[in-house]
Unconditional design. Structure first.
Length: 130
């Protein structure tokens, strides 16, 4: 079932959201200071491409650097990526068949706003419930 949902997701919104994250990552990687943010954008872009079967967990070793980085991320890229998830989620939720695809869009909003200090893991991994 995950594979079917991932293929439908890829066609309807995953590819476009992934391209948005990759574009943000490329723009952020222009400067040396933006490289960690660009890497985070690429990581989330891959997750946005194929989200079913994966989840995010907080990293226990994340500290104040993640908090400061998240604030900068929110200003630089997070708000418009979250806006993309909101618009896509609402458009998918209008149709009955799109509701299962709208839910992951809404789950990606917090990650798109504050990605640093989070880790993407398989849903069935024993450490996914940390």
């Amino acid at each position: 079932m995950r594979t079917i949902l991932n293929v439908i997701w890829l066609v309807l919104c995953g590819l476009w959201m992934c391209l948005g994250y990759f574009l943000a990552g490329l723009i952020l990687c222009i400067t040396i200071i933006g490289i960690p943010f660009g890497i985070a954008a690429f990581r989330i872009g891959v997750y946005a491409l194929w989200p079913f079967g994966y989840t995010t967990v907080e990293r226990r070793d994340a500290g104040a650097g993640s908090l400061i980085g998240n604030v900068l991320w929110l200003i630089l890229a997070g708000w418009w990526l979250a806006l993309g998830h909101i618009v896509t989620g609402v458009l998918l939720a209008v149709t009955i068949i799109g509701i299962p695809l709208a839910i992951p869009n809404f789950k990606l909003i917090p990650l798109s706003l504050m990605p640093l200090g989070r880790e993407i893991v398989p849903s069935d991994a024993p450490f996914a419930t940390r």
